[in-house]
Design a protein. Sequence first.
Lengths: 240, 231
Amino acid sequence: MLQIKNLSKCFEDLEVLRDVNVTVSQGEVVVIIGPSGSGKSTFLRCINLLETPTGGEILYLGDNILQLGKKVTDYRKQVGMVFQKFHLFPLMTTIENVMYAPMKLNKVPAKEAKEQALKLLEKVGLSHKADSYPSSLSGGQQQRVAIARALAMKPEILLFDEPTSALDPELVGDVLEVMKQLAGEGMTMIVVTHEMGFAKDVADRVIFMDGGYIVEEGPPDEIFTQPKNERTKAFLSRVL
Amino acid sequence: MELNFTKAFGTLLPSLLGGVGIVIYITLVGFAFALVAALLIAIGRLSKHKLLSRFLGIIIELIRGTPLLVQLFYIYYVVPTLINGVLAALGYEANVQLNASTCGIIGFAVNYGCYMSEVIRSAILAVDSGQREAGLALGFSEQKVLFHFILPPAMRNSIPVFGNYLVMLIKDTSLLAMISVQELLLRTKTYASQTFLTVEAYTILALVYLMLSLPLSQLGGIIERKLKRTQ
Ligand SMILES: Nc1ncnc2c1ncn2[C@@H]1O[C@H](COP(=O)(O)OP(=O)(O)OP(=O)(O)O)[C@@H](O)[C@H]1O
Ligand SMILES: [Mg+2]
C-alpha cells in the first residue's frame, strides 16, 4: 500500500536520507532500528510529510503523495503518527484529545465522537481517565492516549517514532502491549524503536538503517540471529 | 494652608463619577479593538508572506518609537486634515472631523494593539512545536492548527500580561484630556482652576484612579493564580 522509491532528504547540505527504498503492504508491521542520527525519525516524518523529501517518490495506493498539494491533509488523516513525547493537547481532557480531530475534521457529531473515543480509551486501558487532563497522567498513560487519539481518525497506517523512549522502564510494557494488540488486529505499522524484544515478537520485517541508508532488511529471526552486514552485526552486538 | 476636602468631595466627585463612565467606555472598547488588532498583527507577522510580515514589523517600530500622546494628537488633528486635503484634491468640499473619544479609541487600539501583538507573537512562538506536528499529523491544515492548537494556549498564557496592559490603558486615558475628551483629568483641571482647590482636586483625582486600577490589578492577580493552578 505504501511504496517508497529512491527517497532522499537533505537539510541544507547535510544528507540525512539517501536512496531509501521500502515497500509496505497492508497489515504489515515494519520495525526500523539503527543508531542515533541514522535518519530513522526523518524517514518516518517524510512518510507523512512533516518533512518534505528532497528527492524520490512516495506512492500511497498508487498516488504520488509528493504531488498532492492541498490534499495532503486528506492523506495525513489516513496515516496516523505517535510521537516519542506524546504531544497531547494540554488544555483538553483525555477524551477531548481523542474525540477532537474526528469532530472537527470529519464532522462526526459530538455524541458519536465521544462514544467512539470512550471505546478507544477502553481499548488502551484508560477509560477511567477520560476526564483527566494529560498533565495528571503518567508518561505511559499519555502515550496510550496518544495512540487512541491517532486511532480515532481510523488511519490505514500508523507511524510510531520511538514511542517508549521517553518512558520510565516500568511503563514501557503497557504501551508495547497496546501496540502488539494493534498489530494482531492487522493494523499496518511502521515502528522506530530500540525495543528489540518487541521487534522480535511483533515485526514482520526489520529494517536496519545507518548513515541515511537502509543497510539491511529482513524477517526478525534472520536479522537478529544471522545478520549479513558488518554494521548490523556491530549495532546488534551493542544493543542486544 | 487651608484644605477644604468636604467642599471638593461634594462638588468634584459627582463630576468625576460622570467622567468614570467615559473612561470605562473608552478603556473597554479601546482594549477590545486592541486585542483584535493585536491578534491580527501577530498572525500577520508570523505569516509566510515576507512582505506583509516586514510591513507590520515597520508599523510596530513606528508605533513603539513614538509617544502615545503624539499618536493621539496625530489622529485627532492631522488625520482629519489629511482626509479633507485628499477629498479636496478629488474635488469634494469636505470638513471631516473626528470625535475626540473615537480618536482615543482608535489611538489605543493601534498603540496597545502593537504592543500586545508582540506579547501574542512570542506566546505563539513559545508553544511547543510538537503541538503543531500532532495537529498536522491528525490531518489539520497549517491554518487550522494555528486556530485549534496554537492560539488557545498562546492566548491563555498571555492573559496575565493582557491584564497589566488593561490597567495601563485605564490610566493612559488621562492623556485624552489633551484632545479635549471630558475624562477625569480634564474635569479636575477645570475644577481646580475655577475653585483653586488644587491640592484637594488632584488628590481626589488620584484616589479615583486608584479605585479604578486597584480592583483591576487584584482581579488580574486572582486570574493569574487560577490559571497557574489549572495548568
Ligand atoms: N530539522 C533538521 N534540521 C537539520 N538537521 C536535522 C533536522 N532534523 C534532523 N536533522 C539531522 O538529521 C540526522 C538524522 O536525524 P534523525 O532524527 O532522523 O535521526 P534518528 O535516527 O531518528 O536518531 P535518534 O535515534 O537519535 O532519534 C541527524 O544528524 C540530525 O542532526
Ligand atoms: Mg529519532
